[in-house]
Design a protein around this ligand. Structure first.
Ligand code: AMP
Ligand code: MG
Length: 349
């Protein structure tokens, strides 16, 4: 039985008390953060955290993020230098997750037996009040493994009713892409995942960052018209095609080749669409906000495939493009012809 806890204008404290009680008793709660919904449990209890892996069908070797609500709690779970802690006072609460050396108090299941732990101090009133009351909460994104992250509580209820102890029904989140993950155990610091906190802001506040190959979102198997199944994440169930060249994207959505497709694009590009389109937004924050929401709308549409344009990789666009590439079954770059898309997809028609 899953308790659906509705958030109303006058019941904030009741929502927090009921949810915190469940966490303290070893249960699981789906709660909002400023990035996406999280699936939380007591970070200091192995048994409670095991429930997260079961509810998500998450492989046990994919570690969880520990969420805290104050700077003392950071030091309770991880080693952090005074210098970095001071700098983080200008950043936290916010959507930047740090990879730090873990303290023994954090159970091995949370970190998949590694000696590092990801720590995040979210900028969301509900999340902060819940953690303050219940203690550190381990929480990956609240979605079944490999599916898109959840940005709206209606989707959380559809996906997790019957799988968790409670879901806080609090509507849409602010950003829509997950937190940025930065490894601060190495020098220079290394970006492990681009996300809602921009690389530009990290470099301004914390200094130079090394951006590894993982950050762009390409994988060997998903470049240029090669099915990228193996590395797909955050993906809709329907096959998504990314056309990186905007001229070719417009050509494709204007043509009959796109009859089986929903086009996910800017308002400007939507004018060219001959068939169905979903307007992601006019600026990159709107695109981030709508991306995972529209992946799920694509899945419930009556079209077979999705096609998506690319966006500038400045600011949050870096995280957005990383998610789009990881979600894409095919990526069409500059050189290939758009009619090849249909050749590759014919077997799925
Ligand atoms: P999610 O909250 O679902 O976005 O998942 C948490 C992310 O943090 C996953 O991509 C994990 O691989 C990553 N993560 C958590 N802990 C660690 C760790 N100790 N080392 C490397 N990555 C981690
Ligand atoms: Mg996730």
């Amino acid at each position: 039985m899953t308790l659906i806890i509705d958030l109303a204008p006058d019941n904030f404290n009741d929502v927090i008390n009921a949810s915190a009680e469940i966490i303290k008793n070893g249960g699981t709660v789906v709660f909002p953060t400023e990035t996406v919904y999280g699936l939380g449990a007591d970070a200091l209890s192995s048994e409670a955290c095991a429930k997260i892996f079961r509810a998500k069908e998450r492989p046990i070797d994919n570690p969880l993020i520990v969420h805290v609500s104050n700077f003392e709690m950071v030091k309770q779970v991880a080693e952090i230098s005074d210098d970095l802690l001071k700098k983080m006072k200008n950043i936290w609460p916010g959507p930047l997750t740090l990879l730090l050396k873990k303290k023994d108090i954090v159970p091995d299941i949370v970190t998949s037996n590694m000696d590092t732990v990801c720590v995040r101090f979210p900028d969301n009133k509900i999340a902060l009040a819940l953690i303050e009351k219940a203690g550190p909460i381990a929480a990956p994104s609240a979605n079944i493994a490999t599916k898109p992250s959840i940005v709206d509580s209606a989707d959380a209820i559809r996906e997790f009713d019957g799988r968790v102890d409670a879901i806080i029904n609090a509507g849409r989140v602010k950003y829509g892409v997950e937190s940025t993950i930065l490894d601060v155990t190495v020098h220079p610091f290394e970006l492990l995942r681009p996300g809602a906190f921009t690389l530009e802001d990290i470099e301004e506040l914390l200094g130079e960052v090394h951006v590894g190959s993982v950050a762009g979102g390409y994988s060997e198997s998903s470049i240029a018209l090669t099915p990228g199944m193996k590395y797909r994440h955050y993906a809709p169930s329907k096959k998504l095609i990314l056309i990186e060249n905007n001229q070719k994207f417009r050509e494709f959505i204007q043509s009959d080749l796109s009859a089986d497709f929903v086009a996910l694009c800017s308002m400007e590009n939507a004018q060219y669409a001959k068939y169905d389109s979903l307007i992601l937004g006019n600026d990159i924050y709107e695109v981030a906000h709508n991306l995972f929401y529209y992946f799920r709308m694509l899945d419930s549409s009556n079209k077979k495939f999705g096609v998506i344009q690319s966006f500038s990789e400045k600011g949050i666009g870096f995280g957005v493009m990383n998610r789009i590439r990881k979600a894409s079954y095919l990526i069409l770059k500059d050189k290939e012809n758009i009619d090849k898309i249909n050749n590759v997809l014919n077997e799925y028609r």
